[in-house]
Design a binder for this molecule. Structure first.
Ligand SMILES: Cc1cc2nc3c(=O)[nH]c(=O)nc-3n(C[C@H](O)[C@H](O)[C@H](O)COP(=O)(O)OP(=O)(O)OC[C@H]3O[C@@H](n4cnc5c(N)ncnc54)[C@H](O)[C@@H]3O)c2cc1C
Length: 260
């Protein structure tokens, strides 16, 4: 059995529809969905999440310093999808509108990837290459994800959808650390606005070491859409997506500032 002949089946929520539509025709399916060894959440300074951990498990668990993961997991699809879909399946599938890729990019997560050659690690930002494309080669499996706790950060994942249970039109993963009224660190990543998750370092830099005044927020909001060209489709135009990005970021930053 060669790597190209086989496809990993986890929750089947994305793969099964592709098989039904004959978009993919693998000779073999390797079903890892119920492998207990790959389903775990090990909390610590660095939390490790096994790839077959299901969305509902993440939605049910508050991980200290990583509350954004629970927040995002509870917004993936609907109950039926969350009951069987897995975190590893979602990350490996790399749908440009899916929720976890932006969250794990904002968290600077590390993907731990296994093959016969052994283990390799890759930062989330390098793992996502384009629409439905990651750095995984057909002989590799995403085994687990490692994330450092963001203690003391305010964190939120927000998504705008047309109908309940939809993929994000635009989603925002935001984490900021405010200390003595100053922003010490900021993580800002969007989904639904390009081929892969979009981390806006320009927007982050606009608010780092500021008091998050209205003017600081405005600068970050403008920076977040600079040089980016979101797609236009039946759900919304490129410009509309940009307006949604700006509104999501502005409202979320104001809420965090007012709550600090
Ligand atoms: C109605 C509906 C609504 C949805 N809404 C949302 C939503 O709002 N937000 C969202 O983010 N997602 C949404 N999804 C997708 C859902 O999150 C899927 O669970 C997820 O995209 C794929 O996870 P899975 O475990 O089902 O993987 P599968 O469908 O089994 O696999 C998906 C792909 O990843 C590969 N793969 C799976 N696991 C691994 C692994 N460990 N290593 C390497 N490759 C692997 C497979 O070979 C396949 O190519 C929705 C799906 C449906 C059907």
């Amino acid at each position: 059995m060669e790597g190209n002949d086989a496809k990993i089946l986890a929750g089947g929520q994305s793969l099964i529809p592709m098989l039904k539509l004959r978009i993919l025709k693998p000779k073999y399916l390797v079903d890892i969905g119920e492998l207990a060894e790959l389903s775990f959440i090990k909390e610590g300074e660095e939390t490790t999440i096994g790839s077959t951990t299901k969305h509902w498990e993440l939605a049910s668990k508050r991980i200290s310093g990583l509350e954004i993961i629970q927040n995002a997991a509870s917004k993936v699809g609907d109950v039926q999808v969350r009951n069987v879909g897995t975190v590893g399946g979602s990350l490996s599938n790399a749908d440009p509108s899916s929720d976890y890729p932006a969250v794990f990019t904002a968290l600077d997560a590390t993907m731990i990837i296994r093959s016969r050659r052994g283990l390799r690690e890759e930062k989330a930002e390098d793992f996502f290459k384009g629409p439905f494309t990651t750095s995984l080669d057909p002989s590799e499996i995403l085994e687990r994800v490692k994330v450092k706790a963001l203690k003391g950060y305010k964190q939120v994942y927000k998504k705008i959808v047309r109908r309940a249970g939809d993929y994000a039109l635009v989603g925002l993963a935001l984490a900021i650390k405010i200390d003595s009224g100053m922003v010490k660190d900021a993580r800002i990543a969007f989904t639904g606005v390009g081929d892969k998750p979009y981390r806006s370092r320009e927007a982050e830099n606009e608010i780092k070491d500021t008091k998050l005044t209205d003017s600081d927020i405005s600068k970050a909001v403008e920076a977040s859409v600079k040089g980016i060209n979101p797609p236009s489709d039946s759900r919304g135009s490129s410009n509309y997506r940009k307006e949604v990005m700006k509104r999501l970021l502005k409202n979320s930053l104001e809420e965090m500032r007012n709550a600090s």
